[in-house]
Ligand binder design. Structure first.
Ligand SMILES: Cc1cc2nc3c(=O)[nH]c(=O)nc-3n(C[C@H](O)[C@H](O)[C@H](O)COP(=O)(O)O)c2cc1C
Length: 186
């Protein structure tokens, strides 16, 4: 297979689309983030890379708490809006209905089928962006999106982000921790 270098860039083939919720000056603010992933299994941790200029960052620093909200494809307009507009210039507190869980200062977006409450564990300065690592304190999931008590990707219907485009979830191509059992040495 012929390869060509395409230069260094912060590349991942696919990314999730989440809304980072934080209270800034006592008001909920939501910002779109695609640079988010899992950081640790035990204790459960997730992380998100945020540009230091984001209004949301003020809230995370202020409270030491925030949320990651997983929108479904139904919320693509609201999700993109929160990535186009900054809370510095416009009040985004009413884009979603907010409620609070275990952490009393991390706003959770009711319309998003999954809400992850995070307590800030550590942040790492990487340059333009700071990596916020948060301990998952609780997860709230719409009962309609659960299968056997666990969040079900097919029911959540999350927004996938790649190449400045939003996608839905594609078809299943195999079972993890199982498909590899069919491997035969070359
Ligand atoms: C699809 C999408 C993904 C984004 N991902 C990130 C991200 O991972 N980190 C980041 O700092 N900004 C990201 N942004 C930009 C912020 O969402 C945007 O600057 C937003 O206005 C910040 O809001 P705030 O100033 O109210 O916090 C993304 C925007 C979009 C549309």
């Amino acid at each position: 297979m012929e390869k060509r270098t395409v230069g260094p860039m912060p590349y991942m083939s696919v990314m999730p689309t989440v809304l980072v919720g934080a209270n800034v000056k006592g008001k909920p603010n939501y910002m779109t983030a695609a640079w988010a992933t899992v950081a640790c299994m035990a204790p459960p941790m997730v992380c998100v890379a945020l540009n230091k200029e984001r209004y949301t960052v003020k809230g995370i620093e202020e409270n030491g708490t925030y949320s990651l909200n997983v929108p479904s494809v139904k919320q693509v307009v609201e999700a993109d809006h929160c990535g186009l507009v900054s809370g510095t210039n416009e009040d985004k507190s009413k884009v979603f209905r907010s409620y609070y869980g275990t952490l009393k200062t991390a706003p959770l977006a009711e319309e998003c089928p999954v809400n992850i409450e995070c307590r800030l564990f550590k942040s790492v300065d990487c340059g333009s962006h700071r990596l916020y690592i948060g301990e998952v304190v609780e997860i709230h999931a719409d009962t309609s999106c659960l299968t056997d008590g666990k969040p079900d990707i097919a029911k959540i219907n999350p927004i996938i982000y790649a190449q400045a485009t939003y996608f839905g979830v594609g078809r299943q191509v195999g079972n993890a921790f199982s498909a590899g059992k069919g491997y035969r040495k070359k």
